[in-house]
Design a binder for this molecule. Structure first.
Ligand code: C2E
Ligand code: CA
Ligand code: CA
Length: 675
């Protein structure tokens, strides 16, 4: 492993460099100067000391020779006053003076230099002089000099450090900091042009350009690298977005592809599971697309697919998703469906949108059909792939059944749907094909057991399924609006029957026809009824129109107008199935029907069930009080008949008397004296 240097910042290193390079040499110079100047002083000091010695010898010679001790002591004190001298001794005196004189203020322990010389007076030696020198004068001298030198060096160091610090900071440290920031932004992928305009970027000169030095060059390089990286990243991002589109979207139609739809599905499925809701997946396959492609070429085929994609999208709600699986196959995800019927309705809408004629350049308008398969989540498949498979299977069933249709994966539902669709289609043609029949069920006066008239009930002689009761098709007829032509047909048949009876001398017979809400709300219904009775030359009073409570409730004003118009036309009105809907006395009061038909559910349990009896009795009482004719429906037993009879329920209709029968059988019934 490589040894690592301690992580010192450039600033600290430069500061250390300044200290080592400027302050340490200055200290060295000071030390050296102390040493050298002391050495340089030595000869001067020696010369001075020699001169002092000579001088002292000449000053002391005369007092030593002649003038006695006091004069000599005074002279010695004079010599001692010389700063460099710390001790004076006169020895070996020959005159009257005492043996030796000495004065000394030398400091103990300091190095001494001792010089000796003879004292000569007038050619003879009168004694010997010993002088002691210490370095105190030299020290003083050197100290003064040193103080000056230290001052100068300190000044020089201060100046040097100042200049160096300023230059290094301006030209090195701050540019480096700026470069550091610039590089930092580069590393952090910040390419905000605002951030580049760094007010502290001292790599830049005042005019915005880079300094004309190495760091400036480095900064300029860095800036250009930054620019290149910025451009590269922009390019990369655009490429990425493009790749993402390619990966998630179909390039021809711009629709999401299967991958994206799967993502959307998973997202939506989570929500659906949470809410316990259902989703539907529709597999849409174009019929005979290959032949368009072969006949008109691939460009036309592509244009057709793009147009189909647009139509599918346009026929869906914002929240639905459509994707192209590839080829001529599309998937549609309905994230919120109430039931399969809603999904089937959407499939129908999609098929209708696609099948509208479409003009491709250079060809006749084309019509493209679709085969659609419908699968429901979660019952037909727990995950996306399973659901796609289920929808695919259902789509193939549509192809097998002759294309241009939709199928449900769930077979039971599919049968129901298919039956219903077939029924719708066939019912639309039933009138034109003469397949409707009118049957008549007698209304009997139980007192004399004679027929008062009949209720006309519709039957459908289906080419394959035989005679169908209204329970099988009335609901479909109501939902599709086909109940209107059916109702008109029945009205006409009933009036024709009245006319036939009258022609046969049976003027007392009346006939009742059921009227649906749709008919009653149809503007001009009253006029149509009037026209019908007139056309057949029958009195309107022989005709009763049966309205249910729900029909009357539908919309107050419109109904009242229609009822008033019918009453003006002279027909009788009956309330059918009374007691099963929202029985409203207010409605009775407004409509004032002539007849009340008590529903068979009230008749069913009499006379054994007390409760049923009480209710039946109440209804009969109501009719009596309001002076309405009452017809009891669903009389099946003699016991029912006998219970009703004394309570005002003598007008009866039910299997006990007769089932609904064709008109010729009804005529046969009429021939009998009593039923
Ligand atoms: P509704 O108007 O209540 O007609 C009486 C129904 O009760 C008839 O059924 C009749 O066959 C049945 N019925 C008669 N006596 C008895 C009995 O003793 N026991 C039992 N269990 N049932 C009895 P149908 O013919 O199947 O008609 C069913 C419903 O279809 C009718 O009920 C009526 O609401 C509707 N409907 C029939 N024909 C027409 C029509 O031409 N136009 C309209 N708008 N609705 C019709
Ligand atoms: Ca009826
Ligand atoms: Ca009824």
């Amino acid at each position: 492993m490589k040894a690592r240097w301690p992580a010192w910042s450039i600033r600290n290193t430069v500061l250390a460099g300044i200290v080592i390079g400027v302050v340490l040499p200055a200290l060295g110079v000071l030390a050296l100067d102390g040493l050298l100047s002391r050495r340089a002083q030595v000869p001067v000091v020696q010369r001075n000391r020699a001169a002092t010695q000579l001088l002292a010898a000449s000053v002391l010679a005369e007092p030593a020779a002649a003038r006695g001790a006091p004069a000599l002591d005074a002279a010695i004190a004079g010599v001692l006053a010389e700063p460099s001298v710390c001790g004076v001794e006169v020895l070996e005196l020959t005159q009257a003076t005492p043996a030796a004189r000495r004065l000394d203020d030398c400091t103990a322990g300091r190095p001494l230099q001792v010089l000796e010389a003879p004292l000569r007076h007038e050619g003879r030696t009168v004694g010997r002089l010993r002088l002691s020198f210490d370095d105190r004068d030299v020290d003083q001298l050197l100290a003064t000099r040193r103080a000056a030198t230290v001052g100068l060096v300190a000044l020089q160091v201060l100046f040097g450090v100042g200049v160096l610090a300023a230059v290094l900071s301006l030209r090195l440290l701050r540019p480096i900091s700026a470069l550091k920031r610039q590089a930092g932004r580069l590393a952090a992928h910040e390419f905000d042009p605002e951030a580049d305009a760094d007010p502290h970027a001292h790599v830049h000169a005042a005019d915005g350009a880079y300094h004309d030095d190495e760091l400036g060059e480095l900064g300029a390089h860095l800036a250009s690298v930054q620019g290149q990286i910025r451009a590269l990243i922009g390019e990369l991002e655009a490429k990425n977005a493009q790749l993402e589109r390619l990966a998630m979207y179909d390039h021809l139609t711009g629709l999401p592809n299967r991958t994206l739809l799967r993502e959307l599905f998973m997202h939506q499925a989570a929500g659906a599971r949470r809410d316990g809701a259902a989703m539907a997946l529709l597999f849409v396959d174009l019929d005979h697309f290959k032949s368009v492609n072969d006949a008109l070429g691939h460009a036309a085929g592509d244009a057709l697919l793009a147009e189909v994609a647009q139509r599918l999208r346009g026929a869906l709600r914002e929240s639905d998703h459509v994707c192209r699986m590839g080829g001529d196959e599309f998937l549609v995800l309905l994230p919120r469906v109430v039931d399969w019927e809603q999904a089937a309705a959407t499939a129908e809408r999609l098929a209708a949108a696609v099948v509208a004629p479409l003009r491709l350049t250079g060809s006749e308008p084309q019509r493209v059909g679709t085969s659609i398969g419908i699968a429901l989540y979660p019952q037909d498949g727990g995950d996306f792939d399973e659901l796609v498979r289920a929808a695919d299977v259902a789509m193939y069933r549509s192809k097998d059944l002759g294309r241009g249709r939709h199928s449900l994966f769930h077979t039971e539902m599919d049968t129901t749907l298919r039956t219903r669709l077939d029924l719708e289609r066939e019912l639309a043609d039933a009138i034109a094909h003469g397949e409707l029949r009118m049957v008549l069920q007698p209304v009997v006066d139980a007192r004399c057991q004679r027929v008062l008239g009949a209720e006309a009930l519709v039957r459908w002689q289906h080419p394959r399924r035989g005679l169908l009761a209204p329970g099988v098709f009335i609901e479909v007829a109501e939902a599709t609006g086909l109940i209107q032509p059916i109702g008109s047909w029945m009205l006409d048949a009933a009036c024709a029957q009245l006319a036939a009876w009258r022609a046969a001398g049976r003027e007392e017979l009346s006939i009742a026809v059921n009227v649906s809400a749709l008919q009653l709300h149809q503007p001009g219904f009253d006029a149509a009824v009037q026209a019908c009775v007139q056309r057949h030359g029958v009195p309107p009073g022989a005709l009763t129109l049966e309205l249910t409570e729900s029909t009357l409730l539908a919309d107050g004003d419109g109904v009242l107008r229609a009822v008033a118009a019918l009453r003006a036309a002279g027909v009788k009105l009956a309330i059918d199935d009374f007691g099963t809907g929202y029985s409203s006395l207010a409605a009775i009061r407004l409509v004032r029907p002539e007849v009340l038909k008590i529903d068979r559910s009230f008749v069913h349990d009499v006379p054994d069930d007390e409760d049923a009896c009480r209710y039946a009795e109440a209804l009969l009482g109501l009719a009596r009080t309001l002076q309405m004719e009452v017809v009891a429906e669903g009389v099946e037993t003699a016991a029912q008949r006998d219970w009703l009879l004394p309570r005002g329920g003598h007008r009866q209709q039910g299997y006990l008397w007769s089932r609904p029968v064709p008109p010729d059988e009804f005529d046969a019934l009429l021939q009998r004296e009593r039923l």
